[in-house]
Design a protein around this ligand. Sequence first.
Ligand code: NAP
Length: 253
Amino acid sequence: MEKIGRRFEGKVAIVTASTQGIGFSIAERLGLEGASVVISSRKQNNVNEAVEKLRARGIQVLGVVCCVSHAQQRKNLIEKTAQKYGKIDVIVSNAAANPSVDAILETQESVLDKLREINVKASVLLLKDAAPHLQKGSSIVFISSIGAYQPPASMAMYGVTKTALLGLTKALASEMGPDTRVNCVAPGFVPTNFASFITKNEAVKKAIEKRTLLNRLGTTEDMAAAAAFLASDDASYITGETLVVAGGIPSRL
Ligand code: NAP
């Protein structure tokens, strides 16, 4: 088994959109490091399956159905967590939608609304509900994207919502300090369902691998390691920052 520490012993961590992919790996990593994790996504079956997998690894886990754009389900996620554990130490806001490959000026208004709602607004509203339960020394991690820096043509408006998360990280770090740190991970390309339209095309996959300096796509575990670092006390003097985890694909200086 991988060598990992126990940085989250006694901590309570909520990870949204965490029944598969990057969110699942983050929940798994935090759980293996001792956190009680609260996982969620839209579908009860997915929640049940993910809970089983995490329990099988000895992780203390609560599963709650929560579509992040649904106000009552967000409230329920926070209430269930507070009822069971009485506090929140870590929130990883990981949910996103990418419903369109259209150019920005070709994107329907309803799609623009959905992108803003799920990728940005829901994170803010979830934190609003969670704020009364956040502990001194708590930590928020947003999941942005390498596409935040130079939104690619095939997912331009999605990229712009991810750019917004970089700003939200800065603004909330200022607003929520000193008790709560707020940071962000900007993943490169990771072969999950979400990215399958890119990574399942062998030629595109090869081209992306070549753009990295490490000659490979990322793994969900790579992203989990970065999110866990930022959420942990190892990063206790880091706030308002975004960690790019993209194998060296150019982002910013
Ligand atoms: P994924 O493997 O497809 O997993 C998506 C998860 O989100 C599932 O558990 C899904 O479960 C849940 N979900 C979807 N819509 C939801 C909603 N509205 N509310 C709550 N849960 C929802 O995706 P991923 O690649 O891990 O992506 C996770 C995050 O990483 C996203 O923010 C994405 O933008 C970011 N990211 C990914 C990549 C990449 O290459 N994969 C690159 C950069 C950034 P249900 O179907 O049950 O809801």
